[in-house]
Design a protein around this ligand. Structure first.
Ligand SMILES: CC(C)(COP(=O)(O)OP(=O)(O)OC[C@H]1O[C@@H](n2cnc3c(N)ncnc32)[C@H](O)[C@@H]1OP(=O)(O)O)[C@@H](O)C(=O)NCCC(=O)NCCS
Length: 149
């Protein structure tokens, strides 16, 4: 697996990956473009033999914290440590940029992913009952999770 920065020619592959990875509420290509092309966002893409297998993208929240806007791994590449590697890379970049805290939101019924974040040192700091527009497993809620870097 090679890790590199997003380039604008990746957008179609990332939009396709997004549709595969998120059964509910994937970002549209328009939104993904907006996030990846935002001047202060930073990201990593994992690629194997020319196929984009996963991505992570973060945005600064304030002077001391940054938010993981999205992370996704193509289903056929999941459970091989790629998501964990993308988390390590983006957190290292946050530290390098001087951020003290990493923040993210996750659907409150997405137990598998919540466990993934707990494994990576995150803990729940808030429950946001109407965070998402679409229902997932009967809920629009999110947990905010945070980690001191
Ligand atoms: C969350 C995600 C990025 C993890 O990527 P990954 O490459 O599978 O992560 P890793 O291999 O490093 O770690 C996997 C671990 O996370 C947990 N996990 C993540 N997704 C899981 C799932 N669907 N079922 C069970 N466990 C899961 C488990 O603890 C798993 O450990 P295991 O492989 O030993 O069972 C990936 O599952 C994904 O893209 N999910 C869909 C999109 C999504 O929900 N993104 C997060 C938005 S907040």
């Amino acid at each position: 697996m090679d890790f590199r920065r997003y380039s604008s020619s990746d957008i179609d592959a990332i939009a396709a990956l997004e549709l595969e990875a998120f059964s509910v509420g994937p970002y549209s290509k328009y939104m993904l473009k907006k996030i990846f092309h935002s001047s202060n966002s930073f990201n990593y893409v994992g690629e194997e033999n020319g196929t984009i297998a996963g991505y992570v993208v973060a945005l600064p929240l304030d002077r001391t914290s940054a938010d993981i806007e999205s992370i996704a791994v193509r289903p056929s590449f999941q459970h091989r440590g790629l998501g964990g590697k993308l988390m390590d890379l983006i957190e290292a970049e946050m530290r390098q940029r001087g951020y003290k805290k990493s923040i993210l939101e996750v659907r409150d019924r997405n137990e598998e992913t919540i466990q993934f974040y707990v494994k990576h040192g995150y803990s729940v700091t808030a429950h946001l009952p109407t965070y998402y527009r679409e229902l997932y497993r009967g809920s629009r809620g999110a947990y905010r999770m945070e980690k001191d870097l």
